[in-house]
Design a protein around this ligand. Structure first.
Ligand code: PGA
Length: 261
Protein backbone atom coordinates (compact mmCIF):
# COMPACT_ATOMS: atom_id res chain seq x y z
CA UNK A 1 0.00 0.00 0.00
CA UNK A 2 1.32 3.42 -0.94
CA UNK A 3 1.40 5.73 2.01
CA UNK A 4 0.15 8.95 0.44
CA UNK A 5 -0.37 11.97 2.65
CA UNK A 6 -3.95 12.96 3.36
CA UNK A 7 -4.46 16.68 2.71
CA UNK A 8 -7.34 18.73 4.08
CA UNK A 9 -7.19 22.23 2.62
CA UNK A 10 -9.55 25.12 3.34
CA UNK A 11 -10.15 27.56 0.50
CA UNK A 12 -11.45 30.78 2.00
CA UNK A 13 -11.94 32.39 -1.42
CA UNK A 14 -12.62 36.15 -1.12
CA UNK A 15 -13.61 36.07 2.54
CA UNK A 16 -11.97 37.38 5.73
CA UNK A 17 -10.24 40.58 6.68
CA UNK A 18 -6.96 40.54 8.60
CA UNK A 19 -8.62 40.62 12.01
CA UNK A 20 -11.11 37.93 11.03
CA UNK A 21 -8.29 35.73 9.79
CA UNK A 22 -6.31 36.23 13.01
CA UNK A 23 -9.28 35.40 15.22
CA UNK A 24 -9.96 32.32 13.13
CA UNK A 25 -6.36 31.14 13.48
CA UNK A 26 -6.42 31.38 17.25
CA UNK A 27 -9.62 29.33 17.55
CA UNK A 28 -8.64 26.81 14.89
CA UNK A 29 -5.10 26.14 16.10
CA UNK A 30 -6.23 25.47 19.64
CA UNK A 31 -8.45 22.64 18.40
CA UNK A 32 -6.26 20.98 15.77
CA UNK A 33 -2.88 21.03 17.46
CA UNK A 34 -1.53 17.55 17.89
CA UNK A 35 -3.01 16.23 14.63
CA UNK A 36 -0.01 14.89 12.73
CA UNK A 37 -1.56 12.37 10.32
CA UNK A 38 -3.08 15.01 8.06
CA UNK A 39 -1.56 17.89 6.13
CA UNK A 40 -3.86 20.75 7.13
CA UNK A 41 -3.72 23.83 4.89
CA UNK A 42 -5.46 27.21 5.04
CA UNK A 43 -5.59 29.00 1.67
CA UNK A 44 -6.30 32.60 2.54
CA UNK A 45 -6.65 35.85 0.57
CA UNK A 46 -3.33 37.57 -0.12
CA UNK A 47 -3.90 40.33 2.43
CA UNK A 48 -4.32 37.81 5.27
CA UNK A 49 -1.21 35.76 4.49
CA UNK A 50 1.35 37.80 6.39
CA UNK A 51 -0.66 38.04 9.62
CA UNK A 52 -1.43 34.33 9.34
CA UNK A 53 2.27 33.54 8.89
CA UNK A 54 2.86 34.97 12.35
CA UNK A 55 -0.04 33.04 13.89
CA UNK A 56 0.73 29.69 12.25
CA UNK A 57 4.48 29.70 12.82
CA UNK A 58 5.65 26.44 14.38
CA UNK A 59 2.16 24.98 14.18
CA UNK A 60 0.95 21.91 12.30
CA UNK A 61 -1.17 24.07 9.96
CA UNK A 62 0.32 25.09 6.60
CA UNK A 63 -0.40 28.23 4.67
CA UNK A 64 -1.47 28.46 1.03
CA UNK A 65 -2.34 31.18 -1.49
CA UNK A 66 -5.25 30.92 -3.92
CA UNK A 67 -3.45 32.04 -7.06
CA UNK A 68 -0.13 33.46 -8.27
CA UNK A 69 1.46 34.83 -11.41
CA UNK A 70 3.49 32.85 -13.92
CA UNK A 71 5.91 35.79 -14.10
CA UNK A 72 8.84 36.31 -11.71
CA UNK A 73 8.46 40.06 -11.32
CA UNK A 74 7.96 43.18 -13.38
CA UNK A 75 5.24 45.35 -14.86
CA UNK A 76 2.25 43.08 -14.11
CA UNK A 77 -0.18 45.34 -12.27
CA UNK A 78 -2.28 43.48 -9.75
CA UNK A 79 -0.29 40.27 -9.85
CA UNK A 80 1.52 38.43 -7.03
CA UNK A 81 4.64 36.32 -7.62
CA UNK A 82 5.75 32.95 -6.30
CA UNK A 83 8.57 34.65 -4.38
CA UNK A 84 6.07 36.99 -2.70
CA UNK A 85 3.92 34.18 -1.39
CA UNK A 86 6.98 32.18 -0.34
CA UNK A 87 8.13 35.25 1.54
CA UNK A 88 4.99 35.07 3.71
CA UNK A 89 5.59 31.37 4.41
CA UNK A 90 3.17 29.81 1.94
CA UNK A 91 3.96 26.19 1.17
CA UNK A 92 0.97 25.66 -1.12
CA UNK A 93 -0.80 27.54 -3.87
CA UNK A 94 -4.15 26.71 -5.46
CA UNK A 95 -3.86 26.91 -9.26
CA UNK A 96 -6.51 26.66 -11.94
CA UNK A 97 -9.55 26.84 -9.66
CA UNK A 98 -12.71 26.69 -11.76
CA UNK A 99 -13.75 30.15 -10.53
CA UNK A 100 -10.54 31.54 -12.02
CA UNK A 101 -10.98 29.57 -15.22
CA UNK A 102 -14.62 30.62 -15.61
CA UNK A 103 -14.66 34.20 -14.33
CA UNK A 104 -11.13 35.44 -14.92
CA UNK A 105 -10.32 33.82 -18.22
CA UNK A 106 -7.59 31.45 -17.06
CA UNK A 107 -6.50 29.04 -19.75
CA UNK A 108 -4.85 25.62 -19.68
CA UNK A 109 -1.74 27.24 -21.11
CA UNK A 110 -1.52 29.91 -18.41
CA UNK A 111 -2.21 27.36 -15.68
CA UNK A 112 0.60 25.19 -17.03
CA UNK A 113 3.01 28.15 -16.80
CA UNK A 114 1.91 28.75 -13.21
CA UNK A 115 2.38 25.08 -12.24
CA UNK A 116 5.92 25.09 -13.66
CA UNK A 117 6.72 28.36 -11.87
CA UNK A 118 5.33 27.15 -8.54
CA UNK A 119 7.38 23.94 -8.72
CA UNK A 120 10.54 25.80 -9.66
CA UNK A 121 10.02 28.10 -6.67
CA UNK A 122 9.56 25.17 -4.26
CA UNK A 123 5.82 25.60 -3.73
CA UNK A 124 3.33 22.74 -3.81
CA UNK A 125 0.63 23.49 -6.39
CA UNK A 126 -2.90 22.33 -5.63
CA UNK A 127 -3.99 21.94 -9.24
CA UNK A 128 -7.78 22.09 -9.63
CA UNK A 129 -9.56 20.26 -12.43
CA UNK A 130 -13.21 19.41 -12.98
CA UNK A 131 -16.05 19.33 -15.47
CA UNK A 132 -19.28 21.30 -15.68
CA UNK A 133 -22.73 19.75 -15.57
CA UNK A 134 -23.16 19.59 -19.36
CA UNK A 135 -19.92 17.74 -19.82
CA UNK A 136 -20.86 15.28 -17.07
CA UNK A 137 -24.30 14.69 -18.54
CA UNK A 138 -22.77 14.07 -21.96
CA UNK A 139 -20.61 11.36 -20.35
CA UNK A 140 -17.42 13.26 -21.15
CA UNK A 141 -16.22 14.12 -17.65
CA UNK A 142 -13.24 11.75 -17.57
CA UNK A 143 -12.05 12.85 -21.01
CA UNK A 144 -12.38 16.54 -20.08
CA UNK A 145 -10.47 16.19 -16.86
CA UNK A 146 -7.81 14.07 -18.53
CA UNK A 147 -7.18 16.86 -21.01
CA UNK A 148 -6.99 19.47 -18.21
CA UNK A 149 -4.44 17.35 -16.33
CA UNK A 150 -2.29 16.71 -19.40
CA UNK A 151 -2.25 20.39 -20.36
CA UNK A 152 -1.52 21.61 -16.85
CA UNK A 153 1.40 19.22 -16.37
CA UNK A 154 3.08 19.64 -19.75
CA UNK A 155 6.84 19.89 -19.31
CA UNK A 156 7.06 18.96 -15.64
CA UNK A 157 9.89 16.73 -14.51
CA UNK A 158 9.13 13.22 -13.33
CA UNK A 159 10.72 13.90 -9.93
CA UNK A 160 8.47 16.93 -9.46
CA UNK A 161 5.26 14.97 -9.78
CA UNK A 162 5.40 13.88 -6.15
CA UNK A 163 5.33 17.57 -5.12
CA UNK A 164 1.97 18.19 -6.76
CA UNK A 165 -1.49 17.86 -5.26
CA UNK A 166 -4.47 17.54 -7.58
CA UNK A 167 -8.00 18.52 -6.58
CA UNK A 168 -10.86 17.05 -8.55
CA UNK A 169 -13.68 19.58 -8.22
CA UNK A 170 -16.74 19.04 -10.40
CA UNK A 171 -18.07 22.53 -11.08
CA UNK A 172 -21.67 21.44 -10.49
CA UNK A 173 -20.78 20.48 -6.92
CA UNK A 174 -18.99 23.69 -5.90
CA UNK A 175 -20.97 25.80 -3.48
CA UNK A 176 -24.19 24.10 -4.54
CA UNK A 177 -24.68 21.70 -1.66
CA UNK A 178 -24.66 18.93 -4.25
CA UNK A 179 -21.74 16.59 -3.58
CA UNK A 180 -20.54 13.96 -6.02
CA UNK A 181 -21.23 10.52 -4.62
CA UNK A 182 -18.17 8.99 -3.02
CA UNK A 183 -18.16 6.40 -5.82
CA UNK A 184 -18.16 9.14 -8.49
CA UNK A 185 -15.32 10.89 -6.65
CA UNK A 186 -13.38 7.63 -6.41
CA UNK A 187 -13.93 6.86 -10.09
CA UNK A 188 -12.67 10.26 -11.20
CA UNK A 189 -9.69 10.13 -8.84
CA UNK A 190 -8.75 6.74 -10.30
CA UNK A 191 -9.13 8.14 -13.79
CA UNK A 192 -6.82 11.06 -12.90
CA UNK A 193 -4.28 8.64 -11.43
CA UNK A 194 -4.41 6.57 -14.63
CA UNK A 195 -3.68 9.73 -16.61
CA UNK A 196 -0.76 10.54 -14.31
CA UNK A 197 0.49 6.99 -14.66
CA UNK A 198 0.43 7.32 -18.42
CA UNK A 199 2.52 10.49 -18.15
CA UNK A 200 4.96 9.53 -15.43
CA UNK A 201 4.61 5.85 -14.59
CA UNK A 202 4.64 4.71 -10.98
CA UNK A 203 5.37 8.22 -9.63
CA UNK A 204 1.62 8.69 -10.03
CA UNK A 205 1.06 6.62 -6.91
CA UNK A 206 2.64 9.35 -4.80
CA UNK A 207 0.29 12.16 -5.83
CA UNK A 208 -2.45 13.06 -3.35
CA UNK A 209 -5.71 13.50 -5.26
CA UNK A 210 -8.35 15.46 -3.36
CA UNK A 211 -12.05 15.84 -3.91
CA UNK A 212 -13.70 19.25 -3.66
CA UNK A 213 -17.32 20.41 -3.96
CA UNK A 214 -19.67 20.83 -1.00
CA UNK A 215 -17.46 18.82 1.36
CA UNK A 216 -18.51 19.23 4.99
CA UNK A 217 -18.00 17.61 8.37
CA UNK A 218 -20.93 15.29 7.66
CA UNK A 219 -19.66 13.80 4.38
CA UNK A 220 -15.86 13.86 4.71
CA UNK A 221 -15.69 10.43 6.33
CA UNK A 222 -17.53 8.68 3.53
CA UNK A 223 -15.40 10.37 0.87
CA UNK A 224 -12.15 9.50 2.61
CA UNK A 225 -12.93 5.84 2.94
CA UNK A 226 -12.53 5.59 -0.85
CA UNK A 227 -9.00 4.32 -1.54
CA UNK A 228 -8.07 6.95 -4.14
CA UNK A 229 -9.60 10.00 -2.45
CA UNK A 230 -6.66 11.39 -0.50
CA UNK A 231 -8.26 14.43 1.06
CA UNK A 232 -10.46 17.40 0.35
CA UNK A 233 -10.41 21.00 -0.81
CA UNK A 234 -13.09 22.72 1.24
CA UNK A 235 -14.69 26.08 0.49
CA UNK A 236 -17.84 27.06 2.39
CA UNK A 237 -17.34 24.61 5.25
CA UNK A 238 -13.87 25.99 5.99
CA UNK A 239 -15.10 29.51 6.76
CA UNK A 240 -16.25 28.87 10.29
CA UNK A 241 -13.30 27.73 12.41
CA UNK A 242 -15.26 25.33 14.57
CA UNK A 243 -17.05 23.67 11.63
CA UNK A 244 -13.72 23.20 9.92
CA UNK A 245 -12.27 21.80 13.15
CA UNK A 246 -15.06 19.22 13.16
CA UNK A 247 -14.34 18.30 9.55
CA UNK A 248 -10.61 17.95 10.29
CA UNK A 249 -11.33 15.75 13.32
CA UNK A 250 -13.66 13.55 11.29
CA UNK A 251 -10.98 13.22 8.62
CA UNK A 252 -8.35 12.34 11.21
CA UNK A 253 -10.52 9.61 12.67
CA UNK A 254 -11.01 8.01 9.24
CA UNK A 255 -7.31 8.18 8.66
CA UNK A 256 -6.66 6.36 11.91
CA UNK A 257 -9.32 3.73 11.18
CA UNK A 258 -8.94 3.00 7.48
CA UNK A 259 -5.83 4.49 6.01
CA UNK A 260 -3.47 4.15 8.94
CA UNK A 261 -0.40 2.08 8.23
P1 PGA B 1 -17.32 24.44 -1.68
O1 PGA B 1 -16.08 24.97 -2.56
O2 PGA B 1 -16.73 23.53 -0.63
O3 PGA B 1 -17.92 25.67 -1.09
O4 PGA B 1 -18.23 23.71 -2.59
C1 PGA B 1 -15.00 24.15 -2.89
C2 PGA B 1 -13.99 24.90 -3.72
O5 PGA B 1 -14.40 25.74 -4.55
O6 PGA B 1 -12.77 24.70 -3.60
Amino acid sequence: MVNRRTVIAGNWKMFKTVSEAENYAVKFLAEVKGIQDLDIVLCAPFTALYPLKNKLEESNVHLGAQNMSWADQGAYTGEISAQMILDVACAYVILGHSERREMFGETDEGINKKVLKALAAGLTPILCVGENLNTREEGKAAEWVRSQVIHALTGILREDLSRIVIAYEPIWAIGTGRTASSQDAQEMCVSIRTTLNGLMGSEAEKVPILYGGSVKAENIAELLTEPDVDGALVGGASLDPLSFVKLVHNAASVFARVKGV
